[in-house]
Design a protein around this ligand. Structure first.
Ligand code: ZN
Length: 204
């Protein structure tokens, strides 16, 4: 479990919580924020306007714990809204534009503790948007894992059950399932096989 360094109000840093869907990222983010509140630090939590799961005004984890949040479109609005804040947290960060990289860097450079939570890979198993760039700049990176629904191993991938091909498709267990590497590879091979079979038939 991550043990945060003592925050002195002068030395900022970036910490990242990442992993697949259903891996407990938001639970871990809320745990760190509750501890920051116990340490009498001022916190502010942001999430993208696109994410409407569970609640419009709070970040809610799968276990139904919640903290109030500010929902934004443009990451640069975080800068103006956090001047007197010690800890700046960003949930579902993979949905923000690349401007979030400079925002996180500026906040940490200004002495703030920045906590970023988000998916590291999209449903295809490819690096997701801005996340790899923030991970590269972070002092601390915590990768959490779900449990593979097929074999019970540690899951690293968010496999999309739905046939929708849009990169951003908000959903829960109706649309995604956590899979380990082995099971994800098997599913991808089966899908490639069925797609190539469809192509053979469509050419006839
Ligand atoms: Zn598996």
């Amino acid at each position: 479990m991550f043990s945060e360094p003592h925050y002195d109000g002068l030395h900022g840093w970036i910490e990242v919580i990442t992993g697949s869907m259903f891996s407990g990222k938001t639970e871990e983010l809320l745990r760190r924020l509750r501890r920051a509140e116990l340490a009498h630090l001022s916190i502010r939590l942001f999430k993208p306007l696109i994410d409407t799961r569970y609640s419009m005004e709070s970040v809610v984890s799968h276990d139904n714990t919640r903290l109030p949040c500010v929902r934004i479109v443009n990451p640069e609005s975080i800068l103006a809204d956090t001047q007197n804040v010690d800890v700046v947290a960003i949930d579902e960060a993979q949905f923000f534009s690349e401007a979030l990289v400079n925002v996180c860097t500026a906040l940490a450079d200004a002495g703030k503790r920045v906590i970023v939570s988000g998916l590291d890979m999209d449903y295809r198993g490819l690096p997701f948007g801005v996340m790899p760039h923030i991970i590269a700049r972070a002092e601390f990176v915590t990768k959490v894992h779900a449990i593979c629904v097929q074999c019970g191993s540690l899951a690293n991938y968010s496999h999309r059950i739905s046939s929708d091909n849009n990169l951003i498709l908000i959903g829960e267990k109706d649309r995604y399932e956590p899979l380990c590497r082995k099971c994800f590879c098997q599913v991808c091979q089966q899908q490639e096989h069925s797609t190539s079979t469809q192509n053979i038939f469509s050419k006839q």
